[in-house]
Design a protein around this ligand. Sequence first.
Ligand code: 3PG
Ligand code: CO
Length: 561
Amino acid sequence: SLSLSPLANPIKRDGPVVLCILDGYGIQSPKANPEGDAIVAANPETINGMIAEAKERGLYTELAAHGHSVGLPDADDMGNSEVGHNAMGAGQVVAQGAKLVNVALEDGSMFSANGWTSTVKAAAAKKGRVHFFGLLSDGNIHSHIDQLEGMVKGAARESPSAIFVHPLIDGRDVPPTSGLIYIAKLEAILKAVTEETGVPAMIASGGGRMHCVMDRYGSNWSIVERGYNHIVHGKVDEAELVSGYKGYYTSAEEAITHARELFPEKQDQFNPPFVCVDADNKPLGPVRDGDAVVNFNFRGDRAVQITKAFEAPEGAFDHFDRGVIPACLYAGILEYDSEAGIPKTYLCPPPSITRVLSEYLCAAEKKCYAIAETHKYGHVTYFFNGNRSGYINEEIESYNQIVSEPNEMIEGHPEMMAEEVTVDLVAAIESGKWDFVRVNYANPDMVGHTGNFDSEVRCVKFLDQCMKRVLAAVEKMGGVLMLTADHGNGEEMMDKKGKPKTSHTTGAVPFAIFDPKYQNEYKVDTTGIETPGIASIASVTMNLLGYKQPEFYEPSVVTLE
Ligand code: 3PG
Ligand code: CO
């Protein structure tokens, strides 16, 4: 059952328990470039002061937020917001999509499962073609090139009439201009497959991930439209053809190289779309009736919208005009939203995350409030609740989304919507309505992904001002606040050579408790916990609210019993 046992000696506070997640606010690891730590450079006085006080009181520790601590396949996989929020919200560490797909490829179960046979195999049997699109890198947050390789090889064994790959250039989970390295790797894979099997395999189109296809939470559908057009129709939108950019090229390498020459300030993630054409300028591989199309991104947030564009029947989609819709067999590599049943067909079952914190709190009739701006709204609701969309109990929960500005504004306006989030958060804390309030400040991560050190410093300074008001509200109401992060980013804004770094890190994150009414009732204590990780936060939340965590939750890092 979902009932929690009360603690023998609970703390009694008048105000709410607040979980404040500063997204991407990590602690620099000793291997990183100290010059690149924008969080230290910003010297956020309120946050540092609060952490110093927590340290003095024994209410502080560092928590691991990467690798095995969040269910990723390798110990040195960097963290990310999906798995980080899953861990914090579920209190358990589950094998994540990245790992599940690896297993299904290694043991071959993917190729005999219904998802594969009803799409790739079925298309090949009728001499259709097979398309793969998704993020091309080894970032392992949304996708992995090795998984793409495994699937391209698997598809070739089914003897389709051709295989087309539509890579999205990364530069956000990997170095900002590393795109051509992965293109070269992919070309080598495709060449080998063609030579070995006789199935022609080639790159058909592509574009930068933040400009084509991978929008999230409905923030900008034109990104999806652009991607749909180059993948499905082999078409580059007119608006892209500026400054001599042609849009149609004989290879991905040629396209990306030309874009770099013309737009040197653009990172890979914002690369314009391109379509590969033959000698007669005809697109190599638009999607036709009877083709199979596989989205090889395993993470859901940025895969849902494009999936809707592929799956929605004629007349049931109004985000953009899809033109003539080919009758293709679409599959996602993983299920992206199990509640909504997106996609209808997938190649590998997703992690099942059950008995999450929110379910327990709702069962205990604790009133819960969640807030974030668009970029991270699904993180603090959907991911936090074990990949469930919507409320667990609408009667006692409320989720608020502050609409984000467009991506292009982040670098120049690193404050983003933090002011609006703060106003709302303070009101929620002071309303006296909520037992548990959680918030995600998107800034340190979203600005971190721009690779702009100065913007990151400005963002952290601004957040520090926000935190001052939040802490004052907690103090006024007699509540308790946990300050932490889902993974690192802003503490490494430069690589070892001093070049901008856009990706997440393997850094630990701070975990500090701010408890103005503290009277030594408990401590943060990690004794006996091998690698304390952020999944512990769910247990701590339960403890601060007066309950023992369930046996199968990660151990709590506080001594309340
Ligand atoms: C993104 O999707 O923006 C990055 O790949 C990962 O960032 P997030 O895990 O912080 O959302
Ligand atoms: Co991020």
